[in-house]
Write a protein that binds this ligand. Structure first.
Ligand SMILES: Cc1cc2nc3c(=O)[nH]c(=O)nc-3n(C[C@H](O)[C@H](O)[C@H](O)COP(=O)(O)OP(=O)(O)OC[C@H]3O[C@@H](n4cnc5c(N)ncnc54)[C@H](O)[C@@H]3O)c2cc1C
Length: 438
């Protein structure tokens, strides 16, 4: 079967890998010159590359670990202890160990105990369905108290959802806390995270090498302009250089992009797709020749900060180089998306220098701004059906994206699991007689 895949991000490349491994003929069509999408990398010259966006592998990311092992990358995977903390009123408060938690003075002792109880509740809670109708604010205020909500949760939610968190279900914070708490190991509850020694892009590269060695094709700088559907099935794919035909096509792209590519689809289906909303992201990355804070993650509680957190890691390959990410999530109408890179650099560095005065005397070695319009689907308590499923109403046409991993967070781990599911779905349907499908 000839299978086309639109998108050479992790979802598209992992899907192509699983399908070629199962013996299918696969062609990946990627609009950019490089693969990777959100998992892509930036080149600063003289061989220095860094991941476009920060990326960590957590100890329980089993699908990622298994995939690395299958690709011969198991020895490249390194885990180590990291420090985490908060910046509150321009001061760093560590939050690495249980002791740090109990010494966290921005909260009263009573609130700390209440917050500890809420965290335990989250870890023990198996079912998330009952949280899906509850607004995140009411649940957090009830579970951890009003003071903790105002001082900690409100600023974190404001920056994460760019102010629009009122209708976000409590399920989001349940999934986030579970992922974050899973990196903590008793008895001190310190955090352990992993990375690939040659950078996260080495996973994309290894998948691409493996699938092309099995006969799969990857075409970069090919932008799909239209997916033509008619008579209830996939017909053709239009690119700038002409029409392509496949027996099956998987669009491994965000739902709003997919909706724009199928203008000929049924109106009800297009209306269904248009309900899916995404957060965007602006994320400057800096390369420094010394550590900034020594913390892996610092979350900021200051609502006036242009960035929501500071994520720092030593460069995985270049000794003595440190990479710092300063992300800001954006709602679709956020003005920052239209601001020039130079102005972003000035605003971000000026705030960073207030927090770290030692930065004032020295410019970073490199500074680059990345932006992505569709990084994370956002759901509301009112959405009864969260995401469009992989199966579209058109025979031979599938959709695969992070919207479908709900209630899990849209991580690379969840993407790999979903890519495996969709590859099985595509292959199962190939084996079904047409009468069953129609
Ligand atoms: C800031 C940030 C930090 C993250 N940190 C972590 C982390 O620590 N751990 C973790 O596990 N996960 C993390 N993630 C999540 C992870 O990076 C994503 O889940 C994953 O990269 C999503 O991959 P994707 O292929 O679904 O989407 P994308 O990467 O968006 O891929 C879509 C691809 O489709 C291409 N495309 C779009 N339209 C067309 C078209 N018309 N024709 C051809 N090609 C097209 C795009 O160019 C792109 O390459 C993070 C994400 C972000 C944004």
């Amino acid at each position: 079967m000839r299978i086309g895949i639109i998108g050479g991000g992790l979802m598209g490349i992992a899907l192509a890998y699983f399908l070629t491994e199962a013996g299918e003929q696969v062609t990946v069509l990627e609009q950019s010159a490089e693969l990777g999408g959100l998992n892509g990398q930036l080149a600063f010259g003289e061989g220095l590359t860094v991941a476009r966006y920060q990326h960590a592998i957590l100890p329980r990311d089993d699908a990622t670990r298994r995939l690395c092992a299958r690709l011969g990358l198991e020895n490249e995977l390194v885990f180590g202890d990291v420090q985490t903390g908060f910046i509150h009123d321009n001061r760093i408060y560590p939050m690495t160990t249980l002791r740090d938690f109990f010494s966290f003075t921005p909260l009263s002792f009573r609130s700390r105990i209440q917050l500890g109880g809420a965290l335990l509740q989250v870890r023990r809670r198996g079912n998330w369905e009952s949280l899906d109708d509850v607004p995140v604010k009411s649940w957090l205020v009830k579970a951890s108290g009003a003071e903790t909500f105002e001082r900690i949760w409100r600023p974190l939610l404001e920056t994460k959802f760019d102010g629009a968190y009122e209708t976000v279900p409590a399920t989001y914070v349940w999934a986030w806390l579970n992922r974050m708490l899973a990196i903590r190991r008793p008895p001190r509850f310190n955090s352990s995270v992993g990375y690939l020694r040659r950078g996260h892009y080495s996973l994309i590269q290894a998948l691409a090498d493996d699938l092309t060695a099995r006969g799969g094709q990857i075409q970069t700088q090919v932008r799909v302009r239209e997916i033509i559907v008619a008579d209830g099935r996939l017909q053709q794919v239009r690119t700038h250089s002409g029409l392509l035909e496949f027996d099956a096509l998987v669009a491994a792209i965000a739902t709003p992009v997919f909706a724009r590519l199928i203008p000929g689809a049924d109106k009800t289906y297009l209306e269904r797709l248009s309900r899916e909303k995404y957060l965007g992201l602006i994320c400057p990355v800096m390369v420094l020749d010394r550590p900034l804070s020594g913390y892996w993650t610092l979350n900021l509680t200051d609502p006036n900060s242009p960035f929501s957190s500071i994520i720092e890691t030593p460069h995985p390959e270049y000794n003595g180089y440190y990479i710092v990410y300063l992300p800001r999530y954006t709602a679709p109408d956020n003005d920052w998306m239209g601001v020039s890179d130079d102005d972003i650099r000035e605003a971000w560095l000026s705030h960073l220098r207030q927090l770290f005065p030692q930065m004032a005397s020295k410019d970073p070695l490199h500074f680059s701004v990345s932006r992505s319009r569709y990084v994370e689907p956002v759901y509301s308590i009112h959405d009864t059906e969260k995401a469009a499923s992989a199966q579209t109403p058109y025979q031979g046409l599938y959709l695969a994206n992070t919207g479908q991993v709900y209630p899990q967070l849209p991580t690379s781990e969840a993407v790999i699991v979903q890519a495996q599911r969709v590859s099985r779905l595509v292959r199962q349907q190939r084996m079904m007689p047409a009468a069953v499908l129609s």
